[in-house]
Every structure is written in C-alpha cells, then in structure tokens.
Design a protein around this ligand. Structure first.
Ligand code: ADP
Ligand code: ZN
Ligand code: ZN
Length: 692
C-alpha cells in the first residue's frame, strides 16, 4: 500500500525542560499545514499542554505507533523566524528552557486553548472598537528647539536596514520624549505598515505617555502591553501587534518578546531602570534583549535616560553606542538647588527635620506643591519592646514585620512582613517579657503623612505608595490629585519620582537616602544617584523662582551626595567607572549567580559547595573565572525557605557562557525540572544579576 510519509512536528512546552517532543500532525483533522512558530495543544503525560512547533519533519527516532497527535492549533499567525531567534538567544543566554522562554512570552489568554474555538470575529470586532476609541483630535505639537532639532538631524541620518544603538541622554524635562516621538513619526510616515516599540519600566507611567502618544499620533492604533491589564486586554493588544494592526506598541519589559512583523525602531525609555530586569523565572534584561533584537532585525534602537546605566555609559565610551545629548531644560527652567541636611539630633515625637519643616512652610506660602520621598511604606519599619529589646521579627523570614496604621481591609493597626506578606495583629504585650511597653521604631510613609497633616492642618497631604496605589485605577486617581493641584504635600515612595511631568513642585525632601547606600549591593550608589536626579527632575517645571531639593544624610561626603550637589553626572560616572574597573565589577567583568533554596540551611550550603567543586573541576582557570564561596542571601530566610547563592565572576563573556551551559546540563541530569533529585534543593542560574 502506498502510504504517504507521516508529518512529524517537534514541539517545546512550557516546562523547565531543554528537550523538544515529537508529535504526529494529522492534516485531515487539523485542517492546516504545520509551520514553525505555531501554537498548539498536545497531550503530555496525563494532561494536555500548550506547545510551540520548532521543527517540521518526516522523520522521528521514536516508534511511530507510540507517537501522539497534535490536538489543536491556535488561530494565530505563526511566530516569525526573527522572534523565534530572539527566543533561542534568550533561552541560551539566560540558561532557561526554550519552551518556557518562548511560551511564557505569549499572553495567558492565548495559552488557554478553550479561547481558540471562540469565533475570532468577536475579538476582531473588539479590536476595531479599541482602535476607534483612540482620540482623533489633532493636537498641535510644539516646535522643537535647537537642541532637539539637532538630535533629530542625527537620528534622521540613520540608514534604514542597519543596526545602531543611540543613547539619548538629557536632563529631565529636556524634551527627550518629544525627540523620540518625532523620530518615530518620521519612520511611520515612510512606510504605511511600519511599527515601533516603546518600552517603559513601570505600569503607572503608561497612562501619561499613552496620552502623549495618542496626541502625537491621533490616527494611529496604539497597543498597550503590561501586566496590569486583564488577560483578555493583553491578549487583544498582543494580537493587534502580531497582525500589524497596531502601529505603536507601548509596553513594560514583557513587551520585548511581542511579535511585530514590521518593526522599524525600538525605544527604551528610562533605560537604566532596574525594572527592566526580570527577577524570577527567565531572569532577562529587557533592555539587553531589546538591543539584541534591534541588532538581529537591523534596526535603530534609542536608549533614553537622564542618568544612563553604567553599562550604557561604558558602551558609549567604547564607541559602541552613539550618544546624543540634550543639555537644557525646555523653557529654560532652572535646575533646582540641592542642599544636604543632617538628621535632627533631638528625637522628639516629630521625626521630620526642622529645616525641612520650615522649607515646607515657605513653599506652601508660595502656593507650590512639595514632594516628600521616603522609601519605606507603612507606619514604622519595626516594633520593639522598651524593656527587653524584643523586635517584631517575621517567623518565616529573616526580616522584621512592619507596622501599618491600617492595611487593606484591616482598619486597626497591623504588622506585616513585606517579604512573605504575612499579616498579624500587634501584640498587646511583649512575647518575651510580658511588658506592655511596645513601641514602633523608625518611620515610614504613614507616619510622615500623619505628622505632616498635624503640622499643616490646612494643607491636603496625599500619600502615594504601594498601599494607596494598589490598582492602576487608584494610582491614576492619586496622580490626578497631584496634577490638578488639589494635593499640596505629597508623601510617597520612589513610585512618585518616576517620569511624571508635574507642573508645580517647588520643593523636594528626601528622607533616609542613606538606607539605600549602605547595603551590600555594588549597584546601590548608581541607583541612588539616578533616583535623586529623577526626583529632583520633578521639581521646578515653571519659570521664575528657584526650587529646592533637601536631602537628609549622615554621610554628606559620600561621592553620590557630592556629585548630586553639583548635578555633575559626568563626574559621578567617571568616578564610578574607576571604582568598578579597579574591582573588576560590571561593566568591566561579567557575573552569574547560582541560587539555591531548601527548608534546611545545611542542605542548601552542602548542595552549593558540591556545585562549587564541580565548577572548579571544569572551569578554565586561564580565562579569568573566579568562583566564590556559597553565602546566605541578604534575606537568608524567606517564607520559610533558607536561601543561599554562589557568585561566579569572569573577565569575559564567552568562557562564562560555556561554564554555565555545562553547569546547567550537569544539574539538570541530577534534577527533576530545577529541583535536585537527592537533596530536594530548588535551584536556578541567573545571568547579569543586578543585586549580588
Ligand atoms: P523629557 O522626556 O526629557 O523629560 P519631555 O519630552 O517630557 O522631556 O518634555 C518636558 C516638557 O516640555 C513636556 O511637557 C513637553 O510637552 C514640553 N516640551 C518638549 N519639547 C518642547 C518644545 N520644543 N517646546 C515647548 N515645550 C516642549
Ligand atoms: Zn519585652
Ligand atoms: Zn516574612
């Protein structure tokens, strides 16, 4: 009998596995030809899983009678080869399974096969509705100033079909956004199908930029992608991007893996922001993947920042990226003056510096708004017993439970662990000595809010932190109160500082800045400097009076503070690069971490020591690789898990990559997924960690 050759597809699934699995493709039932990049449903063990076709062939090593059939195909355009290449790269570089990497980048809505049978018409009708809801009003755009025009000239010299990385470096309010929107406009005009991707670090910044993009491109369909959307909204936006219906995609880090058939440019705004680094699972840097994608697809990519990351700075110095600088604030607004103040010695009931209080008073009289920044939410970071020194430690974690005046639906004071989320009532008496003298120690946003409201009863004090801005709706409402001027004093965490274009801030006070500086994180000075510049940039977006930034510190001589006083980015970066170079730290070297956790500390350390021995046995010592001893993490216990890590440093990327691939294979052979077979230790490997 003349039987035609079977069609075999190789499928990867969303599991921590490196292998692809063979399935039979039955064209009669599936009604389509298999293609690489198709999303399918396949039987897997006792369940069905979503998978992605990575190869089509007529050959299999497995006995054909044992092969199972592909069950269903998603009604989607197959992922294109460039996106698949990005997935292969990310999977290799970040030591993550190919299936996990590619499939987890697809919105959940499409990973649910019950959605595949719903008539697509409905979805498309919905898409049209979204497209039409874009504002059609044409808002006149500002005439670009001289510096901005110069920046556009440089960008317009970009040769289509070539890769280049630009750094658009300019103080906040220098008109960087206007520059990149104008650049995108010119590209979209050239080609009616062209698409641009704009990436932002935070969800709560998108509504504002979204408005600006809609005003700039009233006729274009904009798709928004971030994790704050419903699954369906995200599914629709992603689909619009994939079909080319959306011309501009605005998204957070997860948007870097969006299929965009006619992508012509990528923008990474606030490129230095650590939110571009994913911490869990595929530990990718969306900025780094964006650069890789731009190179692979031969596109221009613009990194945008007022305080470029050390990595980007280094690349500019080496001539790999091209810097475009904007030096003046639009409208000629003055840069604010920075003053360092030391904390008040007297520890009265008011914990705000007296200098800050009088500055607040002045600023209120001038009808300007004030920002008070403190990076700690809640009432007080810890509760203590005045007689025996007991502290409110969390049972699950090596950290303290934070006192909250109220928390979610609890109206009375509670304590909460910010690491594992455990919430408890505050004990009446000390658990150790029985004394009733329990006191909150230190200060958080709630305490500062209370104290300011007491000091300035006439003023409206607004608190913006993860507790008050829990949903994007709530946070939008809070930011509206700042923009429309109804709040006079705004207390909040760093979410206040990012990107917002406030119009009337005359004073910024930064509390507890030192807490960020003296941690064991080598990136801390870089991050603090960036944060201070950013928060300073919120002030003085009006002409006339000078504005003031007051920073509370016990270490005024630290380089971070000395350079911020002069607003000297170049000086700070040059100094920073010297210290990094001397220590062989990134960007002058490369790092990776092996993370491990188990219920018992001994088990974790033993497992890591064994891993270290293995690494030493295979590492090329000539290549400048250093393998450090395992150490507990700074939060050594989290949710009842003991956590430790092992650091690997290397002078070059290549040998480190080879070492990690070998390690991954070695560990996988001894694990089920990423859990060690013998000791049940959970492990993962992280490239380019931000915190070590
Ligand atoms: P950045 O992105 O550098 O912080 P923006 O592009 O957001 O700066 O510009 C800051 C403010 O100045 C915005 O309100 C913007 O609308 C306005 N702006 C930008 N360029 C101009 C210009 N050429 N003329 C007038 N206003 C401008
Ligand atoms: Zn006690
Ligand atoms: Zn905890």
């Amino acid at each position: 009998m003349n039987q035609s050759a079977p069609i075999i597809v190789k499928v990867v699934v969303d599991r921590p596995l490196n292998d692809a699995f063979d399935y039979l493709w039955n064209s009669a039932t599936l009604g389509a030809k298999p293609e690489i990049g198709m999303l399918v449903e396949v039987p897997f063990g006792r369940t069905n899983l979503i998978g992605l076709i990575i190869e089509v062939s007529s050959y299999t090593q497995i006995n054909q009678t044992k092969l199972k059939n592909v069950l269903q195909v998603a009604p989607l355009i197959p992922l294109d080869s460039r996106l698949m290449q990005l997935g292969y790269f990310a999977s290799q570089y970040y030591i993550h399974g190919l299936g996990e990497t590619l499939i987890s980048a697809i919105p959940k809505w499409w990973r649910t096969s019950t959605h595949w049978n719903k008539p697509l018409q409905q979805l498309i009708a919905k898409e049209r509705a979204t497209a039409q809801s874009n504002s059609k009003k044409k808002i006149a755009q500002n005439q670009l100033n001289e510096e901005q025009t110069h920046a556009i000239q440089i960008l317009s010299n970009h040769q289509a079909g070539t890769f280049n990385t630009y750094l658009l470096n300019g103080v906040t309010g220098s008109g960087k956004t206007a520059v990149y929107l104008t650049f995108i406009e010119s590209l979209l005009k050239l080609d009616r199908g062209a698409q641009a991707l704009i990436m932002l670090p935070e969800i709560n910044l998108t509504p504002q930029l979204q408005r600006r993009i809609q005003e700039h491109f009233p006729e274009e369909n904009l798709a928004i992608l971030h994790s704050g959307l419903t699954e369906k909204q995200r599914g629709i936006a992603w689909h619009q991007a994939m079909t080319g219906a959306a011309r501009i995609v605005l998204g957070t880090r997860l948007s870097i893996m969006t299929p965009l058939p006619k992508l012509v440019a990528i923008i990474v705004d606030e490129e230095n922001d650590s939110s571009f680094k994913q911490q869990e699972g595929l530990g990718y840097s969306a900025r780094d993947l964006a650069i890789w994608r731009a190179k692979n697809e031969r596109l221009p990519i613009i990194l945008v920042s007022a305080t470029p990351s050390s990595q980007t700075w280094h690349a500019v110095k080496e001539g790999r990226y091209q810097e475009i600088r904007l030096t003046n604030r639009v409208g000629g607004f003055q840069s604010p003056s920075v003053e360092l103040v030391s904390p008040d010695k007297s520890s009265g009931s008011i914990t705000i510096n007296s200098k800050m209080i009088s500055a607040l008073e002045d600023n209120l009289h001038k009808n300007r708004q004030s920002l008070i920044l403190i990076n700690r939410r809640g009432m007080a970071p810890v509760i203590t017993c005045l007689s025996c020194g007991w502290l409110s430690e969390c049972n699950n974690c090596s950290s303290y439970m934070v006192m909250h005046r109220q928390l979610g639906h609890f109206k009375s004071p509670m304590m909460c662990c910010h690491h594992c989320g455990k919430v408890k009532t505050i004990p009446q008496r000390c658990a150790l000595c029985g004394d009733a003298d329990l006191q909150p120690l230190g200060r958080g946003t709630q305490k500062i809010e209370d104290q300011l409201q007491t000091l300035f009863p006439e003023a409206k004090v607004l608190r913006v932190d993860a507790d008050t801005a829990r949903t994007s709706k709530k946070s939008e409402a809070l930011f509206e109160e700042i923009h429309d001027g109804s709040a006079q004093i705004i207390v909040g965490t760093q979410m206040l500082a990012k990107g917002h274009d406030y119009q009337n801030i005359g004073l910024v006070c930064v509390l507890d800045a030192d807490a960020r500086l003296y941690s064991n994180d080598y990136m801390a000075p870089e991050h603090l400097f960036a944060q201070l510049v950013q928060v300073a940039g919120r002030a003085g977006r009006f002409s006339g009076e000078p504005t003031q930034i007051l920073i509370e510190t016990r270490y005024p001589n630290d380089p971070v503070y000395q350079y911020i006083k002069k607003f000297d980015l170049v000086g700070f970066m040059e100094n920073l690069m010297l210290t990094r170079q001397e220590a062989g730290l990134p960007p002058f070297g490369y790092q990776a971490l092996v993370h491990a956790e188990a219920k018992q500390r001994q088990e974790v350390l033993a497992w890591l020591n064994h891993t270290k021995e293995y690494l030493q046995s295979i590492a090329d010592t000539q290549a400048g690789i250093t393998i450090f001893d395992p150490v507990p993490k700074s939060i050594a216990r989290l949710g009842g898990w003991e956590r430790s890590q092992l650091l690997i440093e290397s002078r070059q990327r290549g040998p480190l990559q080879a070492l990690l691939s070998a390690l991954d294979q070695y560990l996988r052979e001894r694990s089920v997924g990423r859990i060690s077979k013998i000791s049940k230790v959970r492990w993962s490997i992280e490239r380019d960690p931000l915190i070590i």
